[in-house]
Design a protein around this ligand. Structure first.
Ligand SMILES: [Zn+2]
Length: 387
């Protein structure tokens, strides 16, 4: 692996591309702000996608948009078994969120500026620097601006991409560029399942109808049983995040609803947690006569790309060349889908620093961001091979 990485870093065109990236920070930042200022709330990424298409078209890449809304552009033809690099276009912010840029020194404050303004612009500029420097890859390289990565988007963009890939061959490799930073190499996919549980009864007067089935009490019993039995396991978590029900203090409620998030790095533990949830819900309602409906709100598959795989080893070695000790990590990203399909896949950051992610106070500091884009380009070079 060291020799492979040596060859890429010594390549004249790669060095030229690195300089090109360092010289264009002002333009990179301008593109990042332009793209981040276009709202891209869940299920409404189309406007930002159009802008991304426009930028890729300037590189003469013939970008297309698939039926789900993903933007897809091959560096030099689609071909077989490509290296696929994806940056998600969507944000967690609803359409009503004001997108006003504030500068504090070099730091940029704007919702979504890091997650995933930094990722989208890194992908765009890695391709631009490659093209401007005349880099040609052996294997096909494909850029994807994906939709539906955040929250209820439930990874629908990448899920649909891999269910019917626009390329040939079973041996693609996948890199998600998500947020800021250089250190973390996410090779384990944290799986999650989300449920909404509704319990219902006839309702009634708190005194006159006392004794009728009470959905709020049954729900509380179910939560209590779950928490008492599901001891905290390493690599797993659960969260009762939302609970609603009832209309008045002196009315027996007709309905109660709760939303639960279960997570684990292994499918077996996720199955255990899920079975446990089904069991306590059924026990709590059977005892009380309350009716119950359980629905899945979303699901992210889990899995691991082996630490000794080419893609992880390449990412670790390339990162070290920038004087940074990389950290193998667990995360929930677009890479969950290819990882769960057994394909070599990781997620990495786009360089720079960030904070207050997923809040309106999100910020991005572009100091050393050029290293994030250089690293991405070098990693593509190592995986795809250079002519
Ligand atoms: Zn993200």
């Amino acid at each position: 692996m060291r020799n492979r990485v040596d060859r890429v870093f010594a390549h004249t065109r790669v060095q030229q591309a690195f300089r090109y990236i360092s010289d264009h920070e002002i333009d990179i930042e301008a593109d990042q702000i332009l793209l981040t200022k276009i709202p891209a709330p869940p299920f409404s990424e189309a406007r930002r996608a159009r802008q991304f298409v426009e930028e890729l078209a300037k590189l003469r890449l013939n970008p297309t948009t698939d039926s789900m809304g993903n933007v897809i552009a091959a560096y030099d033809g689609m071909g077989e078994n490509p290296v696929v690099i994806a940056a998600h276009l969507d944000t967690v912010f609803p359409a009503s969120t004001p997108l006003q840029l504030q500068r504090n020194g070099r730091t940029l404050s704007l919702p979504g500026i890091s997650d995933n303004g930094a990722g989208i612009v890194a992908l765009l500029w890695a391709f631009r620097a490659g093209k401007e420097s005349g880099i040609r890859f052996h294997r096909p390289v494909v850029a994807v601006g994906s939709v539906g990565e955040e929250g209820e988007g439930n990874l629908r963009g990448i899920r649909s991409l891999f269910s019917e890939p626009p390329w040939d061959g079973p041996e693609s490799e996948f890199i998600a560029v998500d947020g800021a930073g250089l250190q973390r190499i996410t090779h384990q996919a944290l799986g999650s399942r989300r449920y909404r549980v509704r319990m219902a009864g006839p309702g009634g007067h708190s005194w006159a109808d006392f004794g009728r089935p009470n959905p709020v009490q049954s729900m509380a019993a179910a939560i209590h049983m779950f928490c008492a039995s599901a001891a905290r396991q390493p690599g797993s978590s659960f969260n009762f995040g939302v609970i609603r029900g009832g209309i008045s203090v002196n009315a027996i409620p007709r309905e109660a609803t709760m939303e639960i998030d279960l997570r684990s790095i292994t499918t077996a533990s996720l199955n255990d947690l899920e079975n446990q949830l089904m069991r306590v819900v059924s026990d709590a309602t059977r005892a009380s006569g309350v009716e119950c409906k359980l629905e899945m709100m979303g699901e992210r598959p889990s899995g691991t790309t082996a630490i000794d795989s080419v893609i992880v080893q390449a990412a670790l070695e390339v990162t070290r060349r920038f004087g940074i000790e990389p950290q193998p990590d667990i995360g929930s990203t677009d890479a969950n889908i290819p990882i769960s399909l057994g394909l070599p896949a990781i997620a990495i950051g786009a360089g720079g620093n960030s904070g207050n992610i997923h809040t309106p106070e999100e910020w991005f500091d572009p100091t050393h961001r050029e290293q994030g884009i250089q690293r991405l380009l070098a990693l593509i070079g190592v995986l795809a091979g250079l002519d």
